[in-house]
Design a protein around this ligand. Structure first.
Ligand code: TYD
Ligand code: MG
Length: 452
């Protein structure tokens, strides 16, 4: 860097700018640029002064990383089979969603398994954390608590204690006295995360960082925190719903997209080992507008109910309201229904919802979405005991999706007897399930709703 003036960084994409702007030129985000203290002067020129790096080839035999299980099955699965020592994990989520509760319970579980755990809270006093632990019935777990925000003191403590796991709640409250800006600012968050992650690697201490997420779903502070850590987990859920989903969005030690399902109760989070049963539990008699989607979340099949409501719109531009699904996907499906099957939705308000606060991202949900929309529009219930899955292409054809057999088995386990799937789904016979394969959306609407 030639001159040390203030610099401006986009919190959405991490691009740096010379001056403040309302819109980041790099990624197009509005209002995402913040001022940052200059980085301390780095080495001026790199030239021939370093030492040679030891190189190896790809064929060496490396033992898989040893893992420590917490005994909380839902958490261990999301971590890829347990916590990897000396790894760094970021747990993001909206304020109040239950991150501190989850991590206190996790700390207690790990500690009971013999892992030396430190829980450092920068948000609550130790007494508050203790009170919560008592309420959750965790007071006897050998977790040690600290309330501190000064990272220099925290690192000194960690260095002296050498725990197996340190939980830092939250990264936004931590500050370094070497960085000249307020706690929670981009530079502080980045520097604090960097210090903690390097400490984790160097000293063999696993760290879990808690990060608050901004309204638009980004971990406040630069995305670089996500790049620094090995594993990024999001703790999410709809307000007003008891269900909480811990989702791996990045994992260097396991599959991403794995989910763990929890329920927030009066005494903390309890694990939900059969989420399909939970998401379908509110379902009564089959109603028009309801379709059951047999989905896959990570390595696990999960059934969810997709609900649609279609009503004449008093507005010039009808409403399209979506909860739990991508709104772009809804527009595409509506367009395909209109263009390929001749079923218009113009002049109709469309509301679409995934029951139970679940968020569905798989394209395999297309067919269930189309079924719910058609069922609501035609006021015809989908045959009971039926699950659906399949991707819809722009031509209106149905495309087969992966893991058909897992989807069918899960549906059979929950008492469903029929599946509607794309042709060529390669469905192996699953006991108790009959599969009706359809080549395209027109065949589907004709057969199920007698519409066209
Ligand atoms: P918390 O873990 O403090 O959220 P975060 O750390 O993500 O900000 O959880 C806060 C919410 O959880 C609070 O609104 C109350 C609720 N809660 C329960 O319903 N039951 C409980 O046993 C606990 C501890 C919290
Ligand atoms: Mg908290």
């Amino acid at each position: 860097m030639s001159k040390a003036g203030p610099s401006f960084t986009c919190t959405a994409c991490g691009a740096s700018h010379r001056k403040w702007q309302g819109r980041c030129e790099a990624c197009g985000a509005w209002n995402s640029i913040v001022e940052e203290a200059p980085l301390s002067a780095g080495p001026k020129a790199l030239g021939g002064k370093g030492k040679t790096v030891a190189l190896s080839d790809l064929s060496g035999i490396e033992a898989p990383p040893p893992r420590v299980g917490s005994g909380m099955e839902e958490l261990d699965r999301v971590l890829g089979g347990g916590l990897v020592p000396a790894s760094a994990v970021l747990v993001g989520g909206d304020p109040g969603i239950g991150k501190s509760t989850l991590l206190l319970q996790a700390a207690a579980s790990f500690a009971r398994k013999g892992l030396n755990c430190l829980y450092i809270s920068g948000e609550e006093a130790s007494a508050q954390v203790r009170m919560r632990a008592q309420r959750l019935g965790l007071a006897d777990a050998p977790v040690r608590l600290g309330a501190e925000t000064n990272l220099r003191d925290i690192l000194t403590t960690l260095d002296a204690e050498r725990p197996g796991l340190a939980i830092i709640d939250s990264i936004q409250t931590m500050w370094l006295d070497t960085v000249d800006s307020a706690p929670g600012s981009v530079s502080q968050v980045r520097a604090a995360a960097h210090e903690l992650v390097t400490f984790a690697k160097r000293r063999g201490v696993a760290v879990i960082l808690v990060g608050h997420v901004t309204k638009d779903g980004q971990i406040a502070g630069p995305r670089v925190v996500e790049h620094m850590v090995d594993t990024v987990l999001y703790f999410e859920g709809e307000r007003g719903h008891q269900f909480r989903i811990l989702r791996a969005v990045k994992n260097r030690f396991g599959p991403a997209d794995e989910i763990g399902v929890f329920e927030m109760t009066g005494v903390g989070l309890s694990q939900v080992t059969n989420p399909s049963a939970l998401f379908l539990s509110e379902r009564g008699q089959p109603n028009p507008g309801s379709a059951v989607f047999a989905g896959i979340e990570g390595t696990r099949p999960v059934l969810t109910e997709i609900q649609a409501l279609v009503a004449p719109s008093p507005l010039g531009t009808p409403r399209r309201t979506v909860v739990g699904l991508d709104s772009g996907r809804l527009s595409t499906i509506l367009a395909v229904l209109e263009a390929r099957c001749g079923i218009p939705f113009a002049g109709l308000d469309v509301f679409l919802n995934v029951a139970g606060g679940m968020r569905v991202t798989e394209p395999a949900a297309d067919l269930a979405v189309a079924a719910a929309l058609l069922s609501a529009r035609e006021d015809v219930a989908i045959p009971p005991e039926t699950v659906l899955f399949g991707e819809i292409s722009l031509s209106g054809a149905l495309r087969p999706v992966g893991q058909t057999e897992n989807r069918l088995k899960e549906a059979a386990k929950l008492g469903f007897s029929q599946a509607i799937a794309p042709s060529r789904s390669k469905a192996g016979a699953v006991e108790g399930m009959s599969v009706r394969e359809m080549p395209d959306l027109t065949a589907f609407t004709g057969e199920i709703f007698g519409a066209g």
